[in-house]
Write a protein that binds this ligand. Sequence first.
Ligand code: SF4
Ligand code: SF4
Length: 141
Amino acid sequence: MLKKGLYLRFPPEIVEKPIVYRLVRDYNLAFNILKATITPGKEGIMIMELIGDNRENLEKGLEFLKQMGVEVQPLGQQVLKNEEVCIHCGACTAVCPTGALSVDRSTFKVVFNPEKCTACGFCVSACVTKAMEIHIQSEAA
Ligand code: SF4
Ligand code: SF4
């Protein structure tokens, strides 16, 4: 099973079309929406994991998104934790959907496991000291 973390931007003219549904129906892909802000008539933003059983279907699905006018950017392992400004308040652990941020019970410090991170960005918004930094790749998927 292959997974790809994606940042998708839907322009207003296509925001109400069932585009994500067609990824499932036409390309045999599954998805896990981590965050979505979609308002009819306005631009929509979605952060998701796209899941397929082979690379060919994933690539075809990505090509379909681009043909429909969706801006697609890959999410990788671009989230970093700045230990110098982290105060170990734990706010990020409450919003992290993958368990990449957790409290070490022996030290009561918040630890970051980049291997579990999908770069969804939830912790970046939640962190009061701006210790979590996200870097979105700019090249096309
Ligand atoms: S929310 Fe920020 S300051 Fe608090 S534990 Fe997480 S990274 Fe550290
Ligand atoms: S970006 Fe932050 S909230 Fe999202 S998976 Fe990575 S550590 Fe967790």
